[in-house]
Design a binder for this molecule. Structure first.
Ligand SMILES: C[S@@+](CC[C@H](N)C(=O)[O-])C[C@H]1O[C@@H](n2cnc3c(N)ncnc32)[C@H](O)[C@@H]1O
Length: 264
């Protein structure tokens, strides 16, 4: 495989491109309730200090403060423009690359990263580094995408374009969701205990946030997808129309959430 041209936010998903914050927000709308329910079930609440890694537009960081009542959240992103737009009491913002060797912002009861690690190189090293940031008795929670297209998935425009999207993102950013199912094993290997996981697949209903998220993502990733040679413009347009039609009967990519506890 050829080496990716750049990391997240460079060739694809550039934060300065109009509408990128809205695209992230569509994803957040589809998944935030699930994320918050899991974090609260794990006991995250008043008194907790939290780290939200690759926080994007900060929806989870803000809901941790406003709904779960945690004490403070440090929201970190390689580009903090969306976080700076939404200040909130208790929210600290840090612009930093979490893969940098010196990244050590302290210890936290909760370390959370959603839809971030799948885009990064050196995943095992990053997981080990994030586990180091969890205070004794605290929890590391990672969520990333699981690709539910398989050889047996019906040959619809949606399936072809979704599959090609993963290939295009792999060639441009280095995104690789194939290793996401190994997270539980990797968290255990990083010394965390009581590791467990769950998967959520948001319903692909016409006009839903997740349908709009995929349509937006394909638009932004179109050049990367066309460069694979596996689809053309007409195929991408057809898949967008299918997603926005009553004919749509497909599976979204799922979100795997895995967590593990740091021994006291
Ligand atoms: C798909 S968005 C997810 C945003 C948010 N976690 C959510 O789920 O709504 C990925 C985020 O990770 C950030 N990111 C990617 N690589 C990063 C890195 N090396 N260091 C810090 N942030 C990074 C991006 O800038 C982007 O905001």
């Amino acid at each position: 495989m050829t080496r990716p041209a750049g990391g997240y936010g460079e060739a694809v998903f550039r934060p300065e491109q109009a509408g990128e914050g809205e695209r992230i927000d569509f994803g957040a709308l589809a998944y935030d309730d699930i994320t918050m329910a899991r974090l609260r079930a794990l006991g995250v609440g008043p008194g907790w200090r939290c780290l939200d890694v690759g926080a994007g537009t900060g929806t989870v960081s803000c809901r941790l403060l406003e709904e779960a009542g945690v004490a403070r959240v440090l929201a970190v992103d390689r580009d903090a423009r969306f976080l700076s737009e939404r200040p909130a009491p208790g929210l600290d913002v840090l612009e930093a690359d979490i893969t940098a060797p010196g990244f050590a912002p302290g210890r936290f009861g909760l370390v959370h990263a959603r839809f971030v690690l799948m885009h990064l190189p050196e995943r095992e090293r990053v997981i080990t580094a994030l586990a180091e940031l969890v205070a004794p008795g605290g929890v590391l929670v990672l969520s990333d995408a699981v690709d539910l297209t398989s050889d047996r998935t019906p040959g619809t425009p949606y399936t072809a374009v979704m599959r090609t999207m993963w290939q295009g993102l792999r060639a441009t950013i280095g995104t690789d969701v194939s290793w996401v199912p190994s997270y539980p094993h990797l968290l255990r290997g990083a010394g965390l205990q009581s590791v467990a996981a769950e998967i959520h697949v948001p319903p692909l209903l016409r006009g839903s946030p997740i349908s709009r998220f995929w349509a937006d993502t394909w638009e932004r990733g179109r050049a990367a997808m066309l460069a694979t040679g596996l689809v053309d413009d007409a195929a991408v347009d057809g898949a967008v129309r299918y997603l926005d039609s009553d004919d749509c009967a497909a599976l979204s990519a799922g979100m795997l959430t895995v967590w593990g506890w740091k021994p006291r």
